[in-house]
Design a protein around this ligand. Structure first.
Ligand SMILES: *[C@@H]1O[C@H](CO)[C@@H](O)[C@H](O)[C@H]1NC(C)=O
Ligand SMILES: *[C@@H]1O[C@H](CO)[C@@H](O)[C@H](O)[C@H]1NC(C)=O
Ligand SMILES: *[C@@H]1O[C@H](CO)[C@@H](O)[C@H](O)[C@H]1NC(C)=O
Ligand SMILES: *[C@@H]1O[C@H](CO)[C@@H](O)[C@H](O)[C@H]1NC(C)=O
Ligand SMILES: *[C@@H]1O[C@H](CO)[C@@H](O)[C@H](O)[C@H]1NC(C)=O
Ligand SMILES: *[C@@H]1O[C@H](CO)[C@@H](O)[C@H](O)[C@H]1NC(C)=O
Length: 257
């Protein structure tokens, strides 16, 4: 082939390819799609600094030292996993250090924090199709006397030096309780702090505080189903996902749509 013909052919091929490269929406290029170990950042999430069109402003994540960080109730959480099929995000409080059972989240967090939050961005309770909650709450309690019960897991050796408030300092018996409630709380004990562990954790099989701490470091799940529901079902419907992870809107009288 002659040199000029080769050049013409090349130009012709370029001409064929150009319209395709122009058809890619420019907005896509301005949305960060991955961040550290999180390989897929897409709606409703977006990264701080991204364009308005990327995700929902209420579900903004930050990029800090090659990690994805979620700000929630004045605490920061490392995002360790996002699952778009079941609408869950798994997060770990940034204060928690693997293998250091003295490390605790700075601020308390429990499932009721989400129930009481009017902005309704995340939920912590379970889905209809599986009867477990997404996350469980661990309460750190101080007691004026020793409590001999499997529900009270001794945490003193890990947390003795940890200050919970300006009053701490007197001798305390510290225990961790999974899903504590009024009926299993001893009157000698008060809740000092609350943290979250995965919902699949079996409270009956947890024997040591180190095990509980490992679960805190693994992280807990939250669901952003509320925004998906707002989008797909009208507010007067109850909404959830089924076992095939499809969103189901049902009227309050129980009819499915
Ligand atoms: C960022 O994190 C990813 C995934 O963990 C890793 O593959 C990559 O090497 C990291 N980059 C830097 C600059 O540390
Ligand atoms: C990221 O997740 C979204 C939502 O599930 C999906 O539509 C998209 O194809 C995924 N992108 C990549 C690169 O995996
Ligand atoms: C959602 O999917 C992830 C990964 O597949 C899994 O770890 C998690 O337990 C699932 N959550 C629910 C509530 O099904
Ligand atoms: C373990 O965590 C505690 C509380 O955050 C901290 O004071 C201590 O320095 C940590 N220990 C190590 C070895 O990092
Ligand atoms: C638990 O600790 C708090 C704050 O340190 C203190 O006010 C409270 O009296 C303690 N409760 C018991 C039962 O010791
Ligand atoms: C309180 O916890 C105990 C033991 O974990 C459980 O058997 C009981 O059903 C719970 N009560 C309430 C009201 O949740």
């Amino acid at each position: 082939m002659h040199k000029d013909q080769q050049l013409l052919l090349l130009l012709f091929l370029l001409f064929l390819l150009l319209p395709q490269s122009f058809s890619i929406p420019i907005e896509n290029n301005r949305c960060t799609t991955s961040c550290g170990e999180i390989a897929n950042i897409s709606y409703p999430f977006r990264l701080k600094g991204d364009e308005e069109v990327c995700g929902d402003p209420n579900y903004e994540l930050a990029y800090v030292n090659n990690r994805t960080v979620l700000d929630l109730y004045s605490s920061q959480y490392h995002v360790s996993f996002i699952d778009y099929t079941n609408y869950t995000i798994r997060v770990v409080d940034v204060e928690l250090q693997k293998g250091n059972c003295s490390s605790l989240p700075l601020h308390s967090l429990s499932c009721s924090s989400f129930l009481n939050d009017k902005s309704n961005l995340y939920k912590c309770g379970g889905y209809w199709y599986n009867d477990r909650e997404l996350s469980k709450t661990v309460s750190i309690v101080n007691c004026t006397k020793a409590v001999a019960s499997q529900l009270y897991i001794d945490a003193s050796s890990c947390l003795d030096g940890v200050e919970f408030s300006k009053f701490s300092g007197t001798r305390r018996q510290l225990y961790a309780m999974v899903d504590a409630n009024v009926s299993n709380m001893e009157s000698a004990c008060t809740i000092e702090h609350m943290a979250m562990i995965p919902g699949w954790a079996d409270g009956d099989n947890l024997r040591s505080y180190a095990q509980i701490h490992d679960l805190m470091v693994y992280g807990f799940e939250l669901s952003w189903l509320p925004i998906a529901c707002k989008k797909y079902c009208r507010h007067y419907f109850v909404c959830d996902i089924n076992d095939k992870h499809q969103i189901q809107c049902s009227a309050k009288n129980g009819n499915n749509f």
